[in-house]
Design a protein around this ligand. Sequence first.
Ligand code: NAP
Length: 484
Amino acid sequence: MKRSPEFQHSVRQYINGRWETGVTTGRSINPSDLRETVAEYARADRNQTDLAVRAAADALRAWSLTTPQRRADALDQIGSEILARRDELGLLLAREEGKTLPEAVAEAARAGQIFKFFAGEALRVGGESIASLRPGVHVDVSREPVGVVALIAPWNLPLAIPAWKIAPALACGNALVFKPSELVPACGWALADIISRAALPAGTFNLVMGSGREVGQALAEHPLVDAVSFTGSAANGQRVLLATAARRAKVQLEMGGKNPLVVLADADLELAVDCAVQGAYFSTGQRCTASSRLIVEAPVHDAFVARLKQRIASLKVGHALEPGVDIGPVADGRQLQKNLDAIAAAGEEGAEHVWGGEQLQRPSEGHYLSPALFLAKPAHRIAREEVFGPVACVLRADDADHALALANDTPFGLCAGICTNSLRHAMHFRRHARVGMTMVNLPTAGIDYHVPFGGRKASSYGPREQGRHAAGFYSILKTGYLRA
Ligand code: NAP
């Protein structure tokens, strides 16, 4: 098996163009091998967070007045370095977060592509010119930066999510403070290290690390922070919402999901099983878009479950760097316990256990969990609450209408998929699924970076992320009237 390198990162924060130690030090641990410290990292408190915000506020004018070409060049340089170092960054990601090496390298590449995409977008931050209602008057609508933005990210996509926040923030001319999750500080630092070489004015980009309750909350409450983009759990999103609403700051929240994948009787069953396996279990099921509810029409229910069980049983769970591993470890001990609690609750509530859900021993001590599958009823917690692990349930549907009703019977509304060969059913589902994203004959997880990303209901709040629509959050419209 390929071993990880022996070096340890000792990583610092980046504040006002300088690398800074913290008030305390934390350690991130490899979930595939708990003996390995991936990084010792500097942790901020409220005071140091305040310094970072003030640095951004001071830098804002210089960066907001740079030319689009300067912004595009900086983002392009960052994207090029990430792409050139995708293998090394992927290795770091796999060690720190636990996704398999191929998945991690693909995520690193995606982060690079996102910077490249927004390098182009920096040139296209445009407005419109509209005829006035009055003679001799010109009207134009232009976009200006929001100001100082705070970017708070989760651990499950530790390169891609920061990339899809940082890149549009810079493209639109904002100064920013980025706080990665405490589980993945080395990934946050690696991005900051690359960004530091783009020679942005000091203070334009700042990295602070530390607890969400202290550093994240301080960012959400800070009077100089004009906008907060948060991705994480619904509970913490609510805290950010309250803090930002109280001072009328702009806010964007991307939160959890309980995404349905509907399988109709006319579906290609092999394709449906593929979609379910990829959507529910790859990346250890730790994706907001994971297909954790598989809603199957009665005539194919038993055949689907039998085939899915066979496929899950063949999946290899193991060290993220081991070739051939399909599912890496759960990201940390707290997350593992949450998964085990959800699995236990499913059994207690009467959901029928089909496969998995046991802790596994591997040559290295890690948070290994076998992929779990249950047959559930709509009221079961396993069918209602986000688990955020390799755990899925199957719900039986009487017909296509019942399947759609079950798909919508959730507080969440991120992504919904359907496997069917009927154009009529596919179009009806796309129109009536109460979500932000739909998939037909595709897994619910796996999205493109050049189109809007986000959901409805408890999954999302505020303007969409990604693609050209990201500018809706990272800029403010100004309407100018002029009499010549
Ligand atoms: P989390 O615990 O809510 O943490 C997300 C980030 O918020 C972390 O950086 C965290 O800091 C910080 N935070 C915690 N409390 C805070 C507070 N009071 N104020 C401000 N920030 C605070 O979520 P997670 O466990 O990292 O990520 C898993 C969740 O993210 C799942 O629910 C998943 O569905 C969701 N997610 C959603 C999307 C999407 O786009 N919809 C994408 C990926 C993940 P620390 O953890 O470092 O203390």
